[in-house]
Design a protein around this ligand. Structure first.
Ligand SMILES: Cc1cc2nc3c(=O)[nH]c(=O)nc-3n(C[C@H](O)[C@H](O)[C@H](O)COP(=O)(O)OP(=O)(O)OC[C@H]3O[C@@H](n4cnc5c(N)ncnc54)[C@H](O)[C@@H]3O)c2cc1C
Length: 408
């Protein structure tokens, strides 16, 4: 080759920028160009985390970290050894961006603005001379003998190496040009959504949060813990979002029609709850009204809703509950059933499960195992995480590895 190595990065998102700047730092002689189809680069970073950008998660054990990815866990366990959460923190900090950790372990820029991350990535790209071409959708890609030919609406571009970072592709039709180029793709389904419960009376409790719940999909092994939020449409909050991610494929097959079983008391078992309620009924607070006192710290509105559903009168006192009602209450607390019909996007914060099949990607380099010179990073891979900064961490990690090896 008697020209500088030409590296084409397809897609100007988090993974595209991270792989491009890493490539240029490792192979300064190479010409690195980002091709972005829209008018703006890094547009998802801009809107991420409600405009604050949840950059990563305060989880330093790579095995534990990998457990937050319904798709890609095994693959990322190895990838994180090359670029971990600590590396992300150091990378940004060494460029003047301090990340802070919130009580739920989510990490944001201290500025609380996603623009800080955009500015940092842009400055790095400009300083390193990465070329950025906007409004340049790549429509086709063909591997020739020792280079790639990329097709745009108006021209053919050649590149020695390609890093594909086009993000999640929500429809199979959008994957056609990548399939045609010879990549195996896993069918896309949405992940991270909330559950609709049309016309269910629980929606009148919109805004109520129960902090410690355990949710399950009926007749499935899927279980998730965490706060549950009642919304105008049904249910959301971390426990529901986790279920939507782990069950993304299964719930799509069921056309989002299933029963959700909620344990309102943090997964506590029947016997423990029965014992707690019995001692309350027989103890010094036995004369108090059931609707006014619960020993579990469940929000008052939700507790009263549970009691109403069981047909308890407002005047019913703990010491009048009786065995039958006690059993009904125990069952309602551990197995409260809600029919789900449909889904809603969570604050528009969805990700796509599916994408480039991982078995054809070498985790040590992010290179296609058969098609030399083609690399991948970010959500285009069949990798997705739950909420909490995990999706960006996967983009930084895979982007870094691709950029580090693309020029070799
Ligand atoms: C509203 C919202 C909020 C989010 N908040 C967070 C958060 O706080 N923390 C977190 O970890 N994750 C968050 N996510 C998920 C996260 O944004 C994505 O996982 C991440 O952006 C993936 O990065 P990527 O570079 O792979 O893809 P993208 O960011 O989607 O970038 C892909 C780019 O490729 C371009 N492109 C696509 N096709 C072509 C083509 N043919 N030719 C040229 N260019 C093309 C696209 O226009 C886009 O700019 C959020 C997602 C959404 C939707």
């Amino acid at each position: 080759m008697n020209h500088p190595l030409k590296i084409a990065v397809i897609g100007g998102g988090a993974a595209g920028f991270f792989s491009a700047v890493t490539a240029k730092r490792n192979f300064p002689e190479a010409e690195v160009t980002i091709y972005e189809k829209s008018q703006k680069v890094l547009s998802k970073v801009k809107i991420s985390g409600g405009g604050r950008c949840n950059v990563t998660n305060h989880c330093f054990d790579t095995d534990e970290l990998a457990k937050n990815y319904p798709r890609g866990e095994q693959f990322l366990r190895k990838a994180f050894k090359q670029f971990s959460v600590q590396d992300t923190i150091d990378w940004y900090e060494s460029r003047g961006v301090k990340l802070v950790t919130l009580p739920d372990n989510c990490m944001f820029p201290r500025s609380d603005s996603s623009q800080t991350i955009i500015d940092c990535l842009m400055e790095e790209a400009i300083q390193l001379n990465v070329e950025i071409k906007i409004q340049m959708p790549i429509l086709g890609m063909e591997k020739k003998a020792d280079y790639f030919e990329l097709t745009t609406a108006t021209e053919k571009i050649t590149a020695d190496r390609v890093i594909l970072t086009v993000g999640g592709i929500p429809k199979r039709s959008g994957m056609e040009w990548i399939l045609k180029a010879g990549c195996e793709m896993i069918n896309p389904v949405p992940s991270l959504f909330t559950f609709n419960m049309p016309n269910h009376p629980v929606t009148e409790l919109m805004g109520v949060v129960v902090e410690q719940t355990e949710s399950k999909i009926e007749r499935e092994k899927l279980v998730a813990n965490g706060p549950l939020l009642v919304t105008h449409w049904g249910m959301s909050g971390p426990s529901v979002l986790k279920l939507s991610a782990w069950g993304a494929r299964l719930l799509a097959e069921r056309n989002y029609e299933f029963n959700l079983l909620v344990n309102w008391v943090n997964g506590k078992k029947e016997e423990e709850i029965r014992a707690m309620l019995q001692s309350l009924a027989q103890g010094e607070h036995g004369a108090k009204k059931v609707g006014n006192l619960n020993p579990f710290g469940i929000s008052r509105r939700m507790w009263q809703f549970i009691c109403d559903r069981l047909g308890f009168s407002e005047e019913l006192r703990w010491n009048e509950l009786g065995k039958k009602n006690l059993n009904k209450l125990v069952n309602q607390l551990i197995n409260d059933t809600y029919p789900v019909s449909g889904k809603t996007t969570f604050k528009e914060e969805f990700v796509t499960a599916g994408g480039v099949a991982l078995k054809q990607v070498d985790v040590n380099t992010m290179q296609h195992k058969q098609m030399e010179g083609l690399f991948f990073a970010g959500e285009v891979l069949d990798i997705d995480g739950i909420t909490g900064g995990f999706n960006f961490q996967a983009a930084w990690t895979t982007g870094f590895i691709a950029g580090k090896h693309v020029g070799k």
